[in-house]
Design a protein around this ligand. Structure first.
Ligand SMILES: [Zn+2]
Length: 671
């Protein structure tokens, strides 16, 4: 007879399951993890332990009984040719040797104890399917059985070959691997996004996940995403005898593989390699969160087989959490390009994961409020996933009473202007246009990689130009003269000529990047593209009315107001005028030429049967048109499906041509 399970046990099991489901949803669907991997593993283990002790509580819908995940919206589901399995984890040498011993039971004494050892990359799993050597599908892992078809976006990743190379291209192959972003690229992206007032990402994994699931593939195309292949989902027309052989074959096919991967004999060599990789963690250009160990020989893998949800022949050995305790010595306040003043923790230097950490981000006032820090507090900091260390918590039970409250500044640390808080926003802001800290950051942004890309003009050089009085705003950069530059400390004629040549080229950079460089609030990488595509020229953007801006998809009230504010500011108008006089003429953006909807503005309304709304919009753009969200006199064509209401009525009033979805598809050349 079944035991009576005590109520507190039932409650605990239910709570753990809920936590795991919630974390899974955040991780798989939202790409916004709520728990660190080690926290997740801990909860998962706790649930497994309870379910083992009390088998009566195991239910079919427990997260331990299935591989979790729900599909996002907007992408077609894709059934993997074979399940994309997850790996069991070990966290220390003892558990690793236990795993080796449990695997040894499947092996005969003459079988090789040979293992493939690869860094475990903190990215997003992606399967690539090649038919006759041509990339036909790319899909995310999803729940392991069904993922999302992200082919359009994956095609924009430069390290994903569109076509396989070499003499041994198999008839059909499903390659598995990881999309990731190098740490320094991630860091540079976030810094630029922060300065542009755009969304930043917590870690490279979120960044890659978010980018792959963008509905507009021009965004991932402009982002520094890379790919490593490391496994096989299936193959026809070839066989690979081992993991090492597979990696060599993938390389030969032109797929990127992990340079730090090794094939090693014996468990001791594997353990030694693990330690090497832990030590190399900081110097390797991408984030690793552990090591994946596979039995190398394919026949032995076959013999060892699968457990319910993971292979017996492979395991992930996680890296230790990168946390440390130190003291919060002070908080300083930094002024960003748009005048946002943010707090930064000054820490007692502490050695953490290979580097000395003396600063950590505190993000904003809300975060400060949440952490309830005091100066002098013992704090716990973390460098897991994140490139910039962050403060996790204060050890408030360790307080001596000598700690001081953090003073939130009332004036700008750079120019002493009284700070204000925008209504409903968490940011403190310095509103002084002439604030030296803002000008310096703005010029560095204007000349930076995401904008005009003027090599040789970094923050240091800009500081020098400002200090010497050679520039006061971005327009002044185009009036610099060789003699004055060459005379600067550490410059010389050669550097001066180089920078002037760079500035010459910068005069005709694409409009979207020029717009990004202006530093209009709310207008970053994406916003610049939207405006450039819609209006084509700088004069066009400058003349745009609020109605025209709001008509654009993805342009909301805040961005429209911000654009109007920026261009109506006399100081900015004067700066643009001086730039024009100096020959600055951003390259106009041509709409896709020759498309069926070239130069036309379309509006979609009602229910579409064949295409999703987003697919229809992409089709409009691909054919050179513009998909607007509301009807106006500028609308050329309304595509109306069943259930169309007020937009249809308005279009008829304005005498705008109305077509149904079938006609729309026909005109787009889709039928
Ligand atoms: Zn200031």
């Amino acid at each position: 007879m079944a035991r009576e399970v005590p109520t507190p046990i039932r409650a605990q099991v239910a709570a753990l399951r809920e936590q795991i489901r919630d974390a899974d949803h955040r991780y798989y669907v939202l790409d916004d993890p709520s728990l660190s991997d080690s926290q997740y593993d801990e909860i998962y283990r706790e649930l497994v332990a309870l379910e083992t002790a009390w088998p009566e509580v195991v239910a079919a819908d427990s997260p331990t009984q299935r591989v979790p995940g729900v599909l996002g919206e907007g992408f077609q589901p894709f059934q993997h040719p074979s399940p994309m399995v997850s790996l069991d984890n070990v966290t220390n040498a003892e558990q690793f040797h236990d795993w080796v011993a449990s695997g040894d039971r499947y092996l005969r004494s003459e079988d090789p104890r040979r293992y493939s050892v690869e860094p475990k990359i903190d990215g997003i799993g992606l399967e690539l399917i090649y038919q006759d050597g041509v990339l036909v599908t790319a899909a995310t892992r999803g729940d392991g059985l069904v993922g999302e078809d992200v082919t359009t976006n994956a095609r924009t990743i430069r390290s994903v070959p569109q076509r396989l190379r070499g003499p041994n291209v198999p008839e059909w192959i499903a390659v598995r691997g990881e999309c990731y972003c190098r740490k320094k690229d991630f860091f540079a992206f976030n810094r630029a996004a922060e300065e542009a007032g755009e969304r930043t990402f917590a870690n490279p994994r979120n960044f890659v996940g978010g980018s792959l699931r963008m509905l507009d593939s021009t965004v991932p195309a402009s982002r520094p995403i890379r790919y490593f292949a490391y496994a096989l989902g299936g193959v026809r027309g070839a066989t690979y005898g081992s993991q090492g052989e597979l990696m060599a074959a993938l390389q030969e096919l032109g797929l990127p593989t992990i340079p730090e991967a090794r094939v090693l004999d014996g468990a001791d060599a594997v353990a030694a390699r693990y330690i090497e990789l832990v030590e190399a963690r900081e110097s390797v250009p991408y984030e690793m969160d552990g090591v994946v160990i596979k039995v190398d020989d394919a026949a032995l893998q076959e013999r060892m087989g699968m457990r319910t949800r993971s292979p017996v022949w492979a395991v992930a050995w996680k890296f230790p959490a990168q946390r440390a305790l130190t003291k919060l010595n002070d908080v300083d306040w930094q002024v960003g390009r748009t005048g946002v003043v943010t707090p930064r923790a000054i820490l007692e230097p502490v050695f953490l994961a290979g580097v000395t950490v003396s600063h950590a981000t505190l993000h904003n006032l809300d975060e400060l409020e949440r952490l309830q820090l005091k100066i002098g507090d013992e704090v716990e900091i973390e460098r897991a996933g994140d490139v910039i260390p962050k403060v996790l918590r204060a050890l408030d039970d360790q307080r001596s009473g000598d700690e001081r409250e953090i003073q939130i500044p009332t004036t700008c640390p750079a120019c002493a202007t009284v700070l204000h808080r925008d209504e409903g926003k968490v940011a403190l802001r310095c509103g002084n246009f002439a604030c030296p800290a803002q000008i310096k950051r703005h010029l560095a942004h204007f000349a930076g990689r995401g904008a005009l890309d003027v090599r040789g003009l970094g923050e240091k050089q800009i500081e020098q130009l400002l200090r010497e009085g050679l520039v006061q705003d971005a327009a002044d950069l185009f009036y610099l003269e060789e003699d004055a530059l060459a005379a600067l400390d550490r410059w010389g004629v050669k550097s001066a000529q180089n920078v002037l040549a760079q500035l010459e080229a910068a005069r005709t950079r694409p409009l979207d990047r020029f717009l990004v460089g202006l530093g209009i609030r709310e207008v970053g990488e994406r916003g610049g593209k939207i405006l450039a595509r819609a209006f084509g020229t700088l004069a066009g953007v400058q003349a745009a009315t609020k109605e025209e801006l709001l008509e654009l998809d993805e342009v909301g009230e805040a961005m429209a107001d911000s654009v109007l504010d920026w261009f109506s500011e006399p100081r900015n108008q004067a700066m643009l005028e001086r730039m024009r006089a100096a020959g600055v003429a951003p390259a106009e953006v041509a709409v896709a030429a020759g498309g069926a909807f070239e130069g036309l503005t379309l509006v979609l309304t009602g229910k579409l049967e064949e295409l999703s709304r987003d697919e229809a919009k992409r089709l409009v753009e691909a054919q050179g048109g513009r998909a607007a969200s509301s009807i106006s006199k500028r609308t050329d064509l309304l595509v109306a499906g069943p259930g169309a209401g007020s937009k249809l009525k308005k279009a008829e009033e304005l005498g705008i041509e109305v077509v149904d979805e079938a006609e729309f598809l026909r005109r787009a050349g889709r039928v």
